[in-house]
Design a protein around this ligand. Structure first.
Ligand code: N01
Length: 577
């Protein structure tokens, strides 16, 4: 397995072991030594079989398992799929890839792996990322602690034993001192509510639940519903072979070129030599991407300079056009109109039919106020004779028929329907599990007016539960946030272990302070004026029709500073007993 040693201890090795804990102190990371005591005996008597249960074996679940083993925790991971990878296991739709530069996306904690692994493209496609995560699972021999095809139905807190009872859909029950959710932020796919979906006689797929078997579009009549990041990636791929592709677009999104490319062996060698610098940069930027905003405001420079800068961003790889643009682009309306005008001009240049171009230009929101899908010849697809764009706002889909789709003004026949209709984002995956805290309170009840948390990771009345990508964690280039959150939780658990603490709960007051901060950060953002998953809206889900402050909108360094401050103050705001 590529000549790399597994971590210090497996979960079966219950001896005390010397570990190194990255304890966060104000001003940075400090390394301290701790002695991890096995946490078993009194618990075993109380019927607690595990020190920790982790829900999900995506990137966060895998890394958490590695860290828990280092602590000597007996851990069980429950994963609904048949393999590891989470997002990269479920999203196998054609053209699926991430929009972060590959070398900024992988795990940074294993320097040997960084030297061994080669990314083949600047933005790796899904199969490569899935392969990479399987390699991580192999290298650390993680599968022996993961139970696959194990979907968690409920998790109930037991005060008397200070433990969680986790029930799987098969009815089996498992008991654990700590519970860690690694269930993702965009992992609960949602279907539209059109009548007739089940009557369709052809093939149909949701992008987020794509089958492992190859779906052949060649010569087929295909519908794609939805034009978010998943839809855009699917459309540009399906358009290559389908006999006919009809795109049902309800709201156009502002897309910009990805400029992907192969990574040569020489380039990869050069990237390897710069990993420290790459990850340091990710740590410093607003959302952990390699791009930093221009230090000037849009109108601080001349019109000619502005145009030249925007042209440069448009010709460069990745998210620079979104997160490396003028610093006031997402807060100043006139600035936002200026960049929107620029992108609209590009769309008009790239799409030959002016009517279609106008349909593709968003009119109800400015550039960057929703997630910007990055694309590869997406707009050019609409110049192809086999591709048609339908405005689903003007002529809504009325129903799915056995042979296709009926809109308010036409009926279409299809062999394949692709639902690129997105996710019940952020808290959707939590809503699908019956979480119950102290006195049987449900998480749904507590979150009915919007999720709350302490740094996105803890919730009062849910002791000993940690949410790795819970609401209000920094997202952006997600693996960077995952690594931080896993390490923060692991440090807290090491601290609890050292002090013999068996109950950890966020205090309401600390949560209130954090939530006030989250609310304040969202003020003045143009994105708060727009419906999207980022503002908690999903028209297919009841109760999610209105915009709310659904996520943390501040910087990743700001997020980390807040969380580090809690740790540095001996976990101030968290009750421990
Ligand atoms: O989902 P979305 P997604 N009738 O919610 C439409 C990440 N991601 O899966 O906008 C008609 O963005 C809906 O229309 P509207 C990334 O963070 C990353 O594409 O609501 N249309 C919209 O067009 C991303 O933001 C990557 O009017 C309906 C679409 O479906 C997030 O996941 C790749 C409809 C849903 O778009 C989610 O992206 C993919 C209906 N009833 C995803 N219901 C990369 O890193 C929904 N729609 C590259």
């Amino acid at each position: 397995m590529m000549g790399v040693e597994p971590p210090v201890s497996g979960t079966d090795d219950r001896k005390s072991l010397s570990i190194t804990v990255q304890a966060r102190k104000a001003g940075g990371l400090v390394t301290m030594s701790a002695v991890a005591e096995p946490m078993t005996s009194p618990k075993m008597a109380a019927g607690i079989t595990y020190d920790a249960i982790v829900i999900g074996a995506g990137m966060s679940g895998l890394y958490q398992l590695i860290r828990l083993r280092e602590l000597g925790f007996k851990t069980r991971v429950f994963e609904a799929g048949t393999g590891v990878g989470g997002t990269w296991y479920w999203n196998r739709y054609p053209g699926c890839r991430f929009d972060s530069e590959s070398y900024s996306y992988g795990f940074s904690f294993d320097k040997d792996l960084l030297q061994e692994w080669s990314w083949t493209e600047h933005f790796a496609p899904q199969p490569e990322t899935e392969k990479y995560l399987n390699l991580v699972a192999d290298k650390y021999d993680l599968r022996r602690d993961i139970q696959f095809q194990a979907r968690v139905a409920s998790a109930h807190w037991q005060e008397t034993t200070r433990s969680w009872t986790v029930t799987l859909e098969d009815g089996s029950q498992h008991h654990s001192r700590f519970l860690i959710t690694a269930i993702g932020a965009l992992s609960a796919p949602t279907m539209p509510t059109f009548p007739g979906i089940k009557d369709f006689k052809g093939q149909s797929f949701h992008t987020g639940l794509w089958p492992k078997e190859k779906v052949d579009f060649a010569g087929k009549r295909v519908a794609v519903i939805g034009t978010g990041a998943s839809g855009v990636q699917t459309i540009q791929e399906v358009a290559k072979t389908a006999a006919q592709l009809v795109v049902f677009q309800r709201t156009p999104n502002w897309c910009a070129p990805l400029h992907n490319g192969k990574i040569s062996a020489a380039e990869m060698a050069e990237i390897r030599s710069r990993y420290d610098e790459i990850f340091k940069r990710c740590e410093e930027t607003f959302s952990c991407f390699l791009h930093t905003p221009h230090p000037q405001n849009t109108f601080d420079v001349s019109a000619a300079e502005r145009e030249a800068f925007l042209e440069k961003l448009y010709s460069e790889r990745g998210f620079g056009i979104w997160v490396g643009n003028f610093q006031d682009m997402l807060t100043n309306r006139a600035a936002n109109e200026e960049i929107s005008r620029f992108i609209a001009k590009k769309i008009r240049q790239r799409v030959k039919d002016p009517k279609v171009a106008e349909m593709l230009i968003p009119k109800n929101h400015g550039f960057g106020t929703r997630r910007v899908p990055l694309e590869t010849f997406y707009y050019e697809c609409y110049n192809q004779p086999n591709v048609t764009l339908v405005d689903s706002k003007a002529t809504p889909i009325e129903r799915i028929t056995p042979t296709g789709i009926k809109t308010s003004d036409a009926e279409y026949e299809f062999d394949i329907i692709v639902y690129a209709t997105g996710f019940d984002a952020l808290r959707g995956a939590f809503d699908r599990i019956d979480f119950r805290g102290t006195d049987g309170v449900t998480l749904k009840e507590i979150w009915q007016d919007g999720a709350t948390s302490l740094v996105g990771m803890l919730q009062s009345r849910f002791p000993n539960m940690f949410m790795l990508l819970g609401p209000h964690t920094a997202l952006g280039n997600i693996p960077r946030s995952i690594e931080f959150n896993v390490e923060w939780v692991s440090d807290l658990l090491a601290y609890a272990q050292q002090k013999g603490i068996t109950r950890v709960e966020a205090q309401q007051e600390a949560m209130d302070r954090w939530m006030e901060h989250v609310m304040d950060l969202a003020k003045g953002l143009l994105s708060m004026e727009v419906d999207s998953w980022m503002t908690g809206v999903n028209l297919n889900v009841s109760g999610k029709q209105k915009r709310i402050v659904a996520r943390y909108t501040g910087s990743a360094p700001g997020y980390r500073a807040w969380a580090n401050d809690i740790a540095a103050k001996d976990y101030a705001g968290i009750s421990m007993a």
